[in-house]
Design a protein around this ligand. Structure first.
Ligand code: PLP
Length: 392
């Protein structure tokens, strides 16, 4: 077999949990001449994009679109709403919560980082208890990762909101939806989220390069007194320019063409249908995993992720060796184990532009790979998944 990927026939299977496969419709939309970002055509396009983006976050409030990866959108959420030295409550649900915590600490925030086992989501009862203890309201924000991409665990943001309300605590609620937006049901307004952080390369089916902050009125008010010095990330000039369909800097024009098309696709399919499609793929995947006799990393059925499944390797078997065999033999990329689960876990991404036969092909590649890599398992996982898919 050639090492040169361009020599391979057929399409590469990109089954990592983001970046996801970019549909042809979006690729074609982006392959257009870049336009004047201060001209009337751009203004009309951007106003329509900004308005329809709100529907994906389920908000009536503004959503700013940043030329950044998700990490930039994390930073924008923190520096626009908080001040150096502010106390923040975060939960160690996995690698990405750990990275966000690291960023918050480096920025000079005082983070209470509640330890976790990377197999559970945020415990709403613990949120309530921590906030109830904070009688003089020193905690300024609770920051939660909705879907931990490293573990395939989805925290119950609606229940976190209820816990905060029960504690009667005024902290802001900041939520990372980087691997859940447009794949797993999410409701910025209904769940009283103050800043929702997201980015382009997962459920939105775009290449990397756009970050998002959906902003509540309370977060907007907090941004007026927040003490971090901001410039590029500052929401105020972005919102002022966005009101007329423009940006205070050169926006990522061609990615916005892609976003325009992605929004059309998602709204054509209907968000509820998009979520149901992802739920079905996730359930079929879990049936395959259980039949193989392997363990799903997520321990709580109510927190299973519909955008990816993280699978534990049997003792003595290296997940990255399995991934290597599958990449070399079948031209399929699976997600690596991140942080402290490296080598112990591999992840199947089943989000974005994805259908039944793509999932079937993905699971076939995994089942064949398990055999070739000598990982003990029971055959028949693919059949179990197919039965679920065929049932409707
Ligand atoms: N948060 C989550 C949940 C993620 O999955 C990722 C990336 O995969 C990030 C944050 C960081 O985003 P980026 O790599 O686009 O900066």
């Amino acid at each position: 077999m050639s090492d040169n990927v361009t020599d391979r026939s057929g399409r590469h299977f990109l089954q990592i949990p983001g970046p996801t496969n970019v549909p042809d419709r979006i690729l074609r939309a982006m392959a257009r001449a870049t336009m004047d970002h201060r001209g009337p055509d751009f203004g009309r396009m951007a106003l329509s994009i900004l308005e329809r983006t709100k529907r994906v976050f389920k908000t009536n409030n503004p959503v700013v679109i940043l030329p950044s990866s998700g990490t930039g959108a994390w930073e924008a959420a923190l520096v626009n709403t908080l001040s150096p030295g502010d106390r923040v409550l975060m939960f160690e649900t996995g690698h990405f919560a750990t990275l966000w915590h690291g960023m918050a600490t480096r920025l000079g925030l005082e983070v209470d980082f509640v330890a976790g086992d990377w197999r559970h989501g945020v415990d709403p009862a613990l949120v309530e208890a921590k906030l109830a203890e904070d009688k003089d309201h020193q905690i300024k924000a609770v920051a939660v990762v909705h879907n931990e991409t490293a573990t395939g665990v989805t925290s119950r943001v609606g229940a976190v909101r209820k816990a905060m309300d029960k504690a009667g605590h005024p902290a802001l609620l900041l939520v990372d939806t980087i691997s859940s937006l447009a794949s797993i049901d999410y409701r910025h307004d209904e769940w009283g989220v103050d800043v929702t952080v997201s980015c382009s390369q997962k459920g939105l089916m775009l290449p990397p390069g756009l970050g998002f902050n959906a902003i509540s009125d309370k977060a907007l008010a907090a941004s007026e007194t927040a003490g971090f010095s901001t410039s590029y990330w500052d929401w105020a000039p972005i919102l002022a320019n966005n009101a007329k369909g423009f940006f205070p800097y050169t926006p990522a024009t061609n990615l916005l063409y892609g976003l325009d098309e992605a929004l059309t696709m998602l709204l054509e399919e209907g968000l509820d249908n998009v979520f149901a499609r992802h739920d079905r793929f996730a359930e079929a995947t879990r049936r395959a995993v259980r039949t193989w006799g392997l363990e799903i990393l997520c321990l709580n059925e109510d927190e299973y992720s519909s955008s990816l499944t993280a699978i534990l390797m049997p003792d003595g078997h290296d997940a990255d060796n399995l991934r290597k065999v599958i990449l070399e033999r079948f031209d399929m990329s699976l997600g690596t184990g991140l942080g402290k689960v490296q080598g112990k876990v591999f992840r199947i991404g089943h989000l974005g532009d994805f259908n039944d036969l793509m999932l079937a092909g993905t699971l076939c590649g995994v089942e064949m790979g398990l055999g070739l890599a000598g990982v003990p398992h029971t055959k028949g996982g693919v059949s179990a998944a197919l039965e679920h898919l065929a049932a409707g």
